[in-house]
Unconditional design. Structure first.
Length: 158
């Protein structure tokens, strides 16, 4: 799954069944940042994939990823440790639901109601969360922070 940043023309995310989230620049051959989502690994089942990602439509530094395990993880590149999720959201599911039915296949920030995030799982359930003010409202100079963050990562990657 590929998600293009709505705030930066060269930046996009990729997630995959290998459990990795990668931040890319069209100006580089290698990923600027790569992180493995180890918190959703089910060793016995071999489930660890990520199937959905999206950039916030209101905050240039915020994105979300989801997949196996039914957990949505929101990351903020403005944090000191952007590789760790800022918050984890888990949709309520009956305990009888098997792990493959909990798999999140769709994820979307709302472009009109900036504090809403929706996900859809393999069982056909849709869950909508209302995000905190801090995750849904842009701070001053956030566009410039994204630009400088990308430039720093591109310089390290050369």
């Amino acid at each position: 799954m590929i998600s293009i940043s709505p705030f930066h023309r060269r930046v996009f995310l990729s997630v995959g069944v290998d459990g990795y989230t990668k931040l890319w620049s069209t100006m580089q051959r290698r990923a600027l940042m790569s992180m493995r989502d180890t918190s959703c690994i089910h060793i016995a089942d071999g489930l660890d994939g990520l199937y959905a990602s999206d950039w916030s439509k209101a905050r240039p530094l915020v994105f979300a990823v989801a997949g196996d395990g039914g957990v949505v993880r929101i990351h903020d590149l403005g944090n000191r440790r952007p590789m760790l999720p800022t918050i984890e959201l888990k949709a309520p599911m009956p305990s009888s639901t098997d792990d493959t039915q909990k798999r999140i296949l769709a994820l979307q920030f709302n472009h009109k109601q900036r504090d809403f995030l929706a996900s859809g799982n393999a069982a056909g359930h849709v869950h909508v969360w209302r995000l905190s003010w801090g995750l849904s409202n842009q701070s001053s100079h956030e566009h410039q922070q994204l630009q400088s963050c990308i430039e720093r990562m591109e310089e390290k990657s050369v």
